[in-house]
Design a protein around this ligand. Sequence first.
Ligand SMILES: Nc1ncnc2c1ncn2[C@@H]1O[C@H](COP(=O)(O)OP(=O)(O)OP(=O)(O)O)[C@@H](O)[C@H]1O
Length: 240
Amino acid sequence: MIIIEGLNKFYGKKQSLKDVSLKINAGDIYGLLGPNGAGKSTLLSILALTSSPGSGNVEMDGIPIKKRKQISELIGYVPQDLALWENLSVKENFKFWNNFSKTRLTDEQLHELCQKVKLEDKWMVKVSHLSGGMKRKLNIAVALIHNPKILLMDEPTVGIDLQSKLEINHYLRELAATGKTIVYITHDITEILTLCDRVGILKEGSLQFSGTIKEAQQMLREKGNILKNDEETIYKLLTN
Ligand SMILES: Nc1ncnc2c1ncn2[C@@H]1O[C@H](COP(=O)(O)OP(=O)(O)OP(=O)(O)O)[C@@H](O)[C@H]1O
């Protein structure tokens, strides 16, 4: 479980997160939504230890975020920008990232991970020769080498073809079914509806809503906003 309490973050005078409190259940795929500049990447980067929290408490699996070594073993981070070596092969990229893992995988185990994202026939191919979708899949696979319990993903499927997107979504479902918690930033409403168990909506640094799509509809209905479908519910929550 991820617990965030009263989290604030300033960049200079600009407050990017305002008193954000949130709980994310173990085994959930949690969609983090909101318009551009809402604070989604800032929140994810704090969880990923690439940005420091201003004030507030964050703990993951009962471990406070200040215990960086323990947290880094717990999390896998898939950044928006590809964290790959273009001039190295797929295998060499796996081996590079394997060096940072506490329990190193064998070449055979790395190849098995490569198979999970359906890139095994590209094992010896240079990353610069892969398509955008293949690079995205590799970006996800290298984040899984140390078998993290929590996967933090910043728009991992942006700009890729539908087939690759479906394959990635299918794989994420499999990972969640094994108990991994996934925090997922996306602007793709279809992906949110088919993939996410729960969603959190940020706007101008504040958390507007956290819950299931059904709960969102319920809340809006109580406010007198009757919505026709889930897509409309999310759109309404994002724009209100
Ligand atoms: N390193 C930084 N220095 C200064 N301001 C920053 C920095 N990173 C983010 N911000 C500001 O913090 C706010 C939140 O940005 P953030 O990238 O978290 O939003 P986002 O919801 O992820 O947006 P997008 O959907 O466009 O990726 C924005 O106003 C942004 O300009």
